[in-house]
Design a protein around this ligand. Structure first.
Ligand code: HEM
Length: 216
């Protein structure tokens, strides 16, 4: 009985880790790249990038099974892990433990941000066709409000930190980095990946903002 509970727990833990990487992590990379295309102006963004995606066959199926359900599973199991409260950053002041704790905080912050972001874009677009038709204009208008811009900056860096730090912990969970040296080296690589991904995300935000200032 205990063995079967342990096996289920192990399997759920592995699925949580896998879904964080693929498809959710891969989608985050794709999504930030997609938004970075805002630098090429409203017509390119709306017609080529967003329009191209909206014309994909089986789009609702892909959104549900490739993005929404894996993300919901990852977030749900993540909340259960947080509820079990294993990290004790105040008692153990090791760097790794702090990052373990930050992984959880960023997960919860990210969940709140994603609710807002999906609500403002995908859900709002279902009720208001003009948002779907001109997502560029919608983002440009939203981001020109300082509180919204601040939320997007926080959301972007929470997501980037969560994925980059998650990559390094996933490598430990899957037995790819076993020695302390390998974990340190891979940690630097994940840090560099995070900076690159964050720069791509900033590039996208600047694309909408530059257009708001009339530069695009
Ligand atoms: C863009 C969305 C997200 C991505 C790309 C993502 C990715 C990842 C990755 C790659 C890991 C590492 C898995 C491992 O260590 O094996 C992870 C861990 C974690 N994620 Fe997420 N995640 C996202 C959203 C969320 C959300 C919304 C929550 C909600 C609370 C969450 C909670 C957690 C927790 C608690 C962990 C640590 C699990 C542990 O160490 O046992 N994540 N995430």
């Amino acid at each position: 009985m205990t063995a079967s509970i342990d096996n289920t727990h192990f399997l759920l833990r592995r699925l949580h880790s896998l879904f964080g990487l693929v498809p959710v992590g891969a989608f985050l990379v794709f999504h930030l790249w997609e938004n970075s295309q805002s630098r090429f102006g409203a017509a390119h963004f709306n017609e080529t990038v967003v329009g191209g995606l909206q014309r994909l066959n089986y789009l609702p199926f892909l959104e549900l099974f490739v993005i929404a359900l894996p993300l919901l599973f990852h977030a749900g199991y993540g909340l259960a892990v947080i509820g079990s409260g294993r990290a004790e950053p105040l008692r153990y002041r090791f760097l790794r433990n702090r990052w373990y704790w930050l992984q959880r905080i960023s997960g919860v912050g990210l969940m709140l941000f994603l609710l807002l972001h999906v609500g403002m874009t995908r859900i709002a677009g279902m009720f208001e066709p003009s948002i779907r038709a001109d997502l560029f204009g919608h983002m440009q208008q939203s981001l020109s409000q300082p509180p919204v811009l601040a939320l997007y900056l926080i959301g972007l860096w929470l997501a980037v930190f969560h994925l980059a730090n998650g990559l390094s912990t996933a490598a430990i969970a899957w037995g790819l980095t076993t020695s302390a040296n390998a974990q340190r080296r891979f940690g630097w690589l994940c840090g560099a990946f995070g900076l690159l991904l964050g720069a791509i995300g900033m590039h996208g935000l600047i694309g909408f903002l530059a257009a708001a200032g009339g530069a695009a």
